[in-house]
Design a protein around this ligand. Structure first.
Ligand code: RAM
Length: 528
């Protein structure tokens, strides 16, 4: 796949609901800031054993920078010690003769060593190269305090002097990041676990979530810096266990509800600036997750006013999804209609059937909570829809010989299909367990490429009562990221192919990504 196939220019008319948007705007969070200095200077060295082939070596402490002067062609890599999201400022002053020409300075920001090592000009992926974080500055008057207006997401900063003149050099000092987040770290309860590895995974998960919590729950502060519904659902779950900022979840739900299209569907993602815009991307699974997210919010808060105000939107997503169901089975399509995972070989039908059943089971509880005639009618209709969808899954997607669910015309066996239909508890508990154990043993070829998908595997194992297996997967996968150098958890991680990127280059991947922050939820919610 070289682009989001049905993503371009869908003709949609958005029907704005000003009262719902106003509610969301009233919940706009206050961002808190912290000044963070640099920790030292590093070098990036080639190492075939390291992730992407690069490892860092510390070469000096913070004072190492002030001691050096930089002329044309000189460079240094600054380490800020951990992942940071915020605004950079620094002093630059001339050394030698009076500066008789402007300073031409290049700054490159990186979440990972690879961004310091490989030139961004080598990027040839299909999403915009403008996500790669760099600046070229011309400084006319020296000395100067430079304050960069853009917000960056990074741990490393490369300073490259492209030119001064033959008569002067420059020195840098007082490098600072003013970090920003709307998360309140003081709300997080200490973890009760005596397992040091789980404690470390929990800590990194929380850092990931913290850096994604801005004006809304962003998917990634490097990329796409926007509110995606699939990511929001998982961030909200992690947030209830940690920062407990349910108002931010509420704000995001109202934002989605405030911008439906004329069929009532919520978009897969929203842009917040310069004004609220619903993207012209609609995904079957993401729209459905509005209902699941409202259910989770209702469970976490008992906020009845929000339940009643957002219920019509949730109801509409479920009804719209059911329009694509024939005899209990979700219709397949070749387009980018349902997300599920970034594996390009994945057929989406069976996993989407799992998502449908999973959401229907929660939506009908929402309907019961809403009550009255409307709630009762919906609960009844959706109970029947669950029965039919489960029956269709078992009759049409279950391959008894292989002991797996199959998907699409090619009857594909994938991890995603088993995981979603197991998480939806389509089969009775014993069979569900057996299915998941078979999955772990047989390891079908069509695998998982995102932490988003692996999250659902771990939760399916927990729901099926397979705790040991769940902890093993969690430790292997997220622990593997930590071993490979994660300060915050990543958008993509395929242990079989560590350079994997659906975008054509690992340079553009996001290395602090919302949907990867869920171990803290899994650990705390299930008491691991
Ligand atoms: C990417 C982002 C985002 C995700 C979508 C489907 O653009 O990683 O987090 O939700 O894909």
């Amino acid at each position: 796949m070289s682009t989001y196939p049905n993503m371009q220019n869908q003709q949609t008319n958005i029907v704005r609901s000003e009262p719902l948007i106003a509610r969301a705007e009233a919940l706009k969070p206050r961002l808190s800031s912290r000044e963070v200095g640099m920790r030292g200077l590093i070098e990036v060295q080639a190492d075939p054993q390291a992730l992407h082939g690069w490892r860092t070596k510390r070469i000096a402490g913070a004072e190492g920078l002030n001691e050096r002067s930089f002329g044309k062609g000189d460079s240094a890599i600054v380490d800020f010690g951990d992942h940071r999201v915020g605004y950079l400022s620094l002093n630059v002053s001339p050394v030698g003769s009076p500066p008789d020409a402007p300073l031409k300075l290049k700054l490159t920001f990186g979440e990972m060593p690879v961004e310091m090592a490989e030139p961004f000009s080598s990027y040839d992926g299909w999403i915009s190269s403008s996500w790669l974080q760099e600046e070229t500055l011309f400084v006319d008057v020296l000395p100067a305090r430079l304050e960069l207006p853009r917000r960056y997401s990074f741990r490393y900063l490369k300073l490259e002097v492209l030119d001064t003149s033959q008569k002067y050099k420059v020195r840098f000092d007082s490098l600072r990041v003013r970090t920003v987040t709307s998360a309140d770290a003081s709300a997080v309860r200490p973890l009760e676990s005596d397992d040091p590895m789980l404690a470390e995974i929990d800590r990194v998960s929380i850092r990931t979530l913290e850096d994604c919590m801005q004006d809304v729950f962003e998917d990634g502060p490097k990329r796409d810096r926007r509110l995606w519904l699939g990511d929001l659902r998982l961030q909200a779950l992690a947030n209830y266990e940690t920062f407990r900022s349910s108002d931010l979840v509420k704000r995001c739900l109202y934002l989605f509800a405030g911008l439906p299209d004329e069929q009532g569907r919520v978009s897969a993602n929203l842009f917040i600036e310069p004004k609220l815009i619903a993207d012209d991307t609609y995904l079957y699974d993401y729209s459905l997750f509005f209902a699941a997210s409202l259910f989770d919010y209702w469970e976490a808060t008992g906020d009845r006013v929000a339940l009643l105000e957002l219920w019509p939107t949730a109801r509409r997503q479920v009804e719209s999804a059911l329009e694509h169901v024939t005899d209990g089975l979700v219709k397949d399509s070749d387009s980018w209609w349902s997300f599920i995972d970034w594996n390009p070989d994945l057929n989406k039908q069976a996993p989407t059937q799992g998502v449908l059943i999973y959401v229907l089971k929660r939506a009908l509880k929402l309907a019961e909570a809403v009550g009255g005639e409307e709630g009762a009618t919906c609960a009844e209709t959706w109970t029947e829809a669950v029965r039919q969808a489960e029956k269709a899954a078992v009759e049409q997607l279950w391959d008894a010989e292989q002991g797996f669910f199959v998907s699409g015309e090619a009857r594909q066996v994938s991890w995603a299909s088993q995981v979603w239909l197991a998480l939806a508890e389509t089969l009775p508990q014993e069979e569900n367990r057996a299915l998941l154990l078979r999955l772990l043993e047989k390891k079908p070829i069509v695998g998982m490429t995102t932490p988003y998908m692996v999250h659902h595997l771990v939760e399916a194992l927990l729901v099926a009562g397979l705790r040991e297996e769940a902890v093993r997967q969690l430790k292997t996968y997220w622990g593997g990221m930590i071993e490979d150098g994660a300060d915050t958890f990543w958008e993509l991680y395929d242990p079989q192919d560590k350079n994997f990127s659906p975008y054509g280059s690992h340079l553009i991947n996001s290395y602090c990504h919302a949907w990867s922050c869920t171990p803290t939820y899994l650990i705390r919610r299930y008491g691991l």
